[in-house]
Design a protein around this ligand. Structure first.
Ligand code: NAD
Ligand code: AKB
Length: 312
């Protein structure tokens, strides 16, 4: 059985992705790796290694010595954190990608997954049903790093035959792990505050529509993309993927169907400008056509599962 490593495994996506991959490939074959000293107890059913993606030599040695064949590279700074530390965000988000793409180019890896984001789009992009191929002038350091990363993934595929695959994730909503510094994080926090205290102050304006997705769909989409035969993957930058789009006001109305006394108020901060530069909704017809993608959770279904599972 070939080995898989998930780098950035202790974050919002990594936690759930490691669990899903271990279910498919066996716990001992999926290595969780992260900068953190210890992994969350939820991942204690398999191997964990402390790894800094910026330590190129250590990453190379581990992957080559352990005969790892598939990498999921999730370590990054997200949009809000990146704006506070642009130099480091650029370094972290780009250097790690080159380390992994180079290992693949040298023949050490068979497949690479590296996530992109709706942040590749910018204020000049058509905001509604944003197409796969369109104007991309991102205005955040995070978006610039993701757009550059997409270009490099495509380049390594075309020039060197690297089997790298990617998705432009929307804002992800989950209850098993918390988000780590993004602009869409409000759409997770709102559930904790709704259950714990019955009210929530949102850092975005009430009418800020953004593309979102429930984590189960994101994990399934990631695995389906990685399992698809290479001849079906026609896009080697990153695929648009859509779940459901909503505003903070619409999300709070859906929550109120379950918790009628829930109240929301608004205090927009620096993240409003980031959100205003992103699309309202996404056209994912290329992913549907190429490898059969289809979201399963709409906003109502997502809200029901979140409220049922969040413990406060
Ligand atoms: P996260 O912030 O929750 O997790 C990132 C993990 O990377 C953390 O556990 C952190 O400790 C680890 N990490 C940071 N620096 C590291 C380093 N130097 N070496 C090793 N590990 C390091 O992020 P996430 O939400 O899980 O996102 C994962 C990827 O998916 C990122 O590339 C992100 O841009 C992308 N993405 C996420 C979303 C989302 O809504 N969560 C949406 C679009 C794209
Ligand atoms: C963020 O808000 O930064 C992320 C993303 C959409 O990339 N959730």
């Amino acid at each position: 059985m070939s080995k898989i490593i998930v780098i950035g495994s202790c974050g919002q996506i990594g936690t759930e992705l490691v669990l899903a991959l271990r279910n498919i490939h066996g716990s001992e074959n999926v290595i969780a790796a992260d900068l953190k000293d210890e992994c969350p107890s939820i991942l204690s059913n398999g191997p964990y290694i402390k790894m800094d993606i910026l330590d190129r030599d250590a990453v190379r040695s581990h992957i080559i010595n352990e005969k790892v064949e598939e990498v999921y590279l999730l370590a990054a700074l997200l949009s809000a954190t990146a704006e506070k530390n642009p130099d480091f965000a650029w370094r972290l988000n780009m250097e790690g990608l080159f380390t992994i793409l180079d290992l693949a180019k040298e023949g050490h890896l068979k497949k690479v997954f590296w996530p992109s984001s709706i942040a590749v789009f910018g204020p000049t992009t058509p905001a509604n049903q944003t197409p796969q191929h369109t104007i991309m002038e991102p205005s955040t350091v995070y978006g610039i790093s993701k757009q550059a990363g997409e270009r490099w993934c495509e380049y390594y595929h075309h020039k060197f035959g690297v089997d790298v695959r990617s998705i432009r994730y929307p804002g992800l909503i989950s209850y098993k792990s918390l988000p780590g510094g993004g602009t869409t994080d409000y759409a997770v926090d709102i559930f904790y505050k709704a259950k714990a205290q019955g009210n929530f102050t949102c850092f975005l304006k009430e009418d800020t529509e953004l593309p979102m997705m429930f984590m189960d769909d994101a994990i399934r989409g990631t695995i389906e993309l990685m399992q698809a035969p290479p001849e079906k993957i026609h896009i080697r930058s990153a695929y648009n993927l859509a779940g459901s789009s909503f505003t903070p006001a619409e999300l709070s109305q859906t929550i109120q169907k379950h918790l009628p006394d829930f109240k929301i108020s608004y205090a927009p901060d620096f993240r409003q400008e980031i959100a205003d530069s992103w699309p309202n909704s996404i056209d994912d017809s290329c992913a549907q056509k190429d490898w059969g993608w289809k979201a399963q959770f709409d906003t109502e279904a997502m809200v029901e599962v979140m409220l049922k599972n969040i413990q406060v």
